[in-house]
Design a protein around this ligand. Structure first.
Ligand code: NDP
Length: 284
């Protein structure tokens, strides 16, 4: 019973199955469209005729499907009694907590996960996965998880892996918002984004150094210490970003939300504080 089942053989599920096989695990795979199982069969995986069959022959089932609705649809066809399901499908903390209850009600054990890698990175340095759910269940399957890359246990609450995953993705998308806006400005004058890229990545690397200091301010809830670039100054300078974009024929829609928050922050009396104080305006 030490076979690992992989349910879902899209780009990511196939990468997970390949990594398990490379690490020497016995792997049973299933995918809705059967053709995607063929390359895994060539690598030594057993191909199950149904998700129920894959789960029945494996103590651990890794689900990596499009969304939580498809996970429930697939798991709903199987008996989960005595089985462990680790769901590596992207979702929200609430979805993970609800799925944990749903699996438990069917007699299964559950972990949720968040994959911090693209498929070619799986099993290679730099890839890691968040896991959350009962510690003993997590510990029992560490060997299998090691095949995917780094392991980050986020806690017993099944929603914590998704919370950490989405927090990191928020940072990533924030980065891409800035990168796209910067290139749009550069291209508006017909300049080369490729030539500009080293300046941008160097600048982003320098600014990333403020991440830790911002965390200290946010945890303390005190945004008034060591202010060298106060919010009022930053809000005034930020006015130039949408203004220049408009002049250059570039939309400001990517940066408009932060602009509104800076203006609100100053109106709220936060002008002498650090930029980090706008986090207070995000609380609902
Ligand atoms: P793909 O689109 O490549 O694959 C989607 C998979 O879901 C396929 O196996 C598909 O089956 C299956 N599926 C969809 N709907 C159903 C359904 N109703 N019933 C059964 N199976 C279904 O996506 P990825 O593999 O790239 O992503 C899978 C998960 O991994 C997602 O949650 C994604 O967010 C996450 N992820 C992906 C990353 C990436 O870079 N690719 C990075 C990090 C996380 P079929 O082949 O039959 O269509």
């Amino acid at each position: 019973m030490n076979t690992v089942a992989v349910l879902g053989l899209g780009d990511m599920g196939s990468a997970l199955a390949r990594a398990l096989l490379s690490a020497g695990h016995a792997v049973t795979v299933w995918n809705r469209s059967a053709a995607k199982a063929e390359p895994l069969a060539d690598l030594g995986a057993t191909v199950a005729g149904s998700a129920a069959e894959a789960i029945a022959t494996s103590e651990l089932a890794v689900a990596c499907l499009l969304d939580y609705a498809s996970v429930r649809e697939v798991l709903g066809t199987a008996s989960l009694s005595g089985r462990t399901v680790v769901n590596l499908t992207n979702g929200t903390p609430r979805q993970a907590r609800e799925l944990a209850e749903w699996v438990a009600a069917r007699g299964g054990k559950f972990l949720d996960g968040g994959i911090m890698a693209v498929p070619p990175m799986i099993g290679k340095p730099g890839a890691f996965v968040f896991y959350s759910g009962p510690r003993d269940v997590f510990d029992a399957h560490r060997d299998a998880f090691a095949a995917f890359g780094g392991i980050n246990y986020a806690g017993e609450d099944p929603g914590l892996a998704a919370l950490h995953d989405l927090a990191l993705l928020s940072g990533m998308y924030g980065l891409f918002v800035g990168v796209l806006q910067a290139y749009a400005l550069i291209r508006s004058e017909g300049l080369s984004a490729v030539e500009f890229a080293p300046l941008l990545s160097g600048w982003i690397a320098a600014m990333a150094g403020f991440t830790e200091q911002t965390a200290v301010e946010v945890d303390r809830g005190d945004y008034s210490q060591g202010v060298v670039s106060n919010l009022a100054m930053q809000a005034a300078a930020f006015d130039n970003l949408p203004a220049a974009a408009a002049d250059q024929g570039v939309s400001a829609e990517l940066i408009a939300p932060l602009h509104r928050l800076l203006v609100r922050g100053v109106a709220d009396g936060r002008g002498a504080q650090n930029l980090s104080s706008v986090i207070e305006l995000l609380k609902k």
